[in-house]
Design a protein around this ligand. Sequence first.
Ligand SMILES: C[S@@+](CC[C@H](N)C(=O)[O-])C[C@H]1O[C@@H](n2cnc3c(N)ncnc32)[C@H](O)[C@@H]1O
Length: 265
Amino acid sequence: MTSKTSEVGKQYSDSQKLAARARIKSKYKIAEVGWYPWVARQLPLQARDRALDIGCGPGWFWEAVVSVLPERLDLTLADLSPGMVQEAIERCQTLPFTSVQGRQADASALPFEEGSFDAVIAMHMLYHLPAPAKGIAETYRMLKPGGFLAVTTSGARNMRKMYELTTVFGSSPSDPAAATFGFDTADRLMRSQFGNVTMSQHPARLRITEPEDVFLALTSYPPGDGAKEPQLAALRKAIGSAFQLGNGVLEVDKEDGPFLSRKVA
Ligand SMILES: C[S@@+](CC[C@H](N)C(=O)[O-])C[C@H]1O[C@@H](n2cnc3c(N)ncnc32)[C@H](O)[C@@H]1O
């Protein structure tokens, strides 16, 4: 069974499919502070740091938080998808960083100089790697002594009420990202590589009012994106029943957070 964590080349040739999932969060999220600004607050970045964002996607994070970041950052945007790197560069090159560079790169074999970054950031991407431990070891290699790694991922109960609807495709009722690289795995692998890790959870939930947005999000990745008409009809029916049960609303709990580790100096 393929899922959100697989068929990376097809899913991320550009930001279109990712945007269908991001839309549901930005449109319906109830949180005192939005995800990206909240993550930015947790990062111990300092002025003039050299930061690597691996799996940067379209660079949305940096555009959203640049105004609250320390000054004069040198930013390297890297992603397996050349389309994502190009989009991230276009979005970020005019933002007030000291420099912005882009590079197509695989997190499992990073092509940068060893010990050359103060910060490595890997947001919601390590679950795509065949061996996330290898990706974490690579980030360790890239960091200067005293530098930090920030990883974000989702917990096992993330958006459960929504993922339960994918059982019509034969999928598991939980977030596939969390099944591959959830909170426990992130904690264990980062602690094992760095000897230290801290975690915080973003307080947020979704209150979804449009069934079509759920349909679009759940058909933005495998197997939903290739589902045949009878399965799509079954999905629409399941979504309809869930909204009916909630009197026209689908209440969904979020479970996401950043994990931070420091390379001991
Ligand atoms: C869910 S998106 C996250 C994007 C961004 N980090 C964010 O949080 O907005 C996952 C990203 O990881 C990238 N990716 C997947 N496997 C990768 C790998 N092995 N090395 C580098 N990037 C990878 C994908 O192309 C995609 O842009």
